[in-house]
Design a protein around this ligand. Sequence first.
Ligand code: FPP
Length: 306
Amino acid sequence: MRGRVVFVRLNEIRPVPNPFARRGLRTWPADSPRVARLSGRLGDMTPNPVCPPPHPSGVHPPALDSALVPSHVAVVMDGNGRWANARGLPRTEGHRVGEATLMDVIAGCLEIGVKEISAYAFSTENWKRSPAEVRFIMGFSRQVLRNQRDDLDSWGVRVRWIGRKPKLWKSVLKELREAEELTKDNTKLTLNLAINYGGRAEIADAMRAIAEDVAAGRLSPGGITERTVGRYLYAPHMNDVDLFIRTGGEQRTSNFLMWESAYAELFFSELPWPEFDRRELWKACESYARRDRRFGGAVEKVSPPS
Ligand code: FPP
């Protein structure tokens, strides 16, 4: 045995003659409470998430105090269609390139320490688009989920769907549920995918559910608070949005996370989504870190007379 290292599973340890006893080392029989405790701890250890690939330029995130990194970032991935059309391509090519942008931005979130990202992939209003584009986005979302779920899982990302069931393609919902199930224990980052999502729809759905509970006597109207409303939203444990980014040069929030973004800091990028990447995300984070968030409060800061 000298010079050889032997690995055994803890549950295979048997109370055998102890070769270490002569050297004054202690061992424990397999059924001892100490081994059970250690084995339990090892059993809890899931493989560490792998780091996502660095940006091709090799650039690293800015060194921000962790308290100044936004915990929850929301992104409106706008400008895909215009980006593609400007290059003589159909709008759908912009969405196709947008998949890589989304993965790069997720990698950037992991690198800088963002804990939650919400991405607006398809709104309740997007059904107004041409049937061909709607069909493309539905099929493409299904494909993105299937292509990316293993990488997301290995990076420690938990996928969660937010949106309305009616009208949403069943095959997309199935893919979303599978990704949710696969990644449910991941804790590095939560990715909320908004598909067939609308902020007003979410609030209306919550109001309906609240009314049903009041009518059934499960909830008293006098006890309804902001916290109660939060519990009836699509993702009751979602954190408020800290930083709300919209790409593509437009400056509006387009019905995305209306309730959750009540105090979000807004960042509008001129870049269309296909040209956005983690470096732009980090610029938005740096801008966020410089903001003075008061949440309606105020402090006296009288300047000395000049
Ligand atoms: C908005 O740009 C973009 C969309 C409505 C679709 C975005 C979808 C993806 C990037 C695919 C990602 C898929 C998943 C599952 C996350 P636009 O079409 O409104 O662009 P425009 O303003 O130039 O018209």
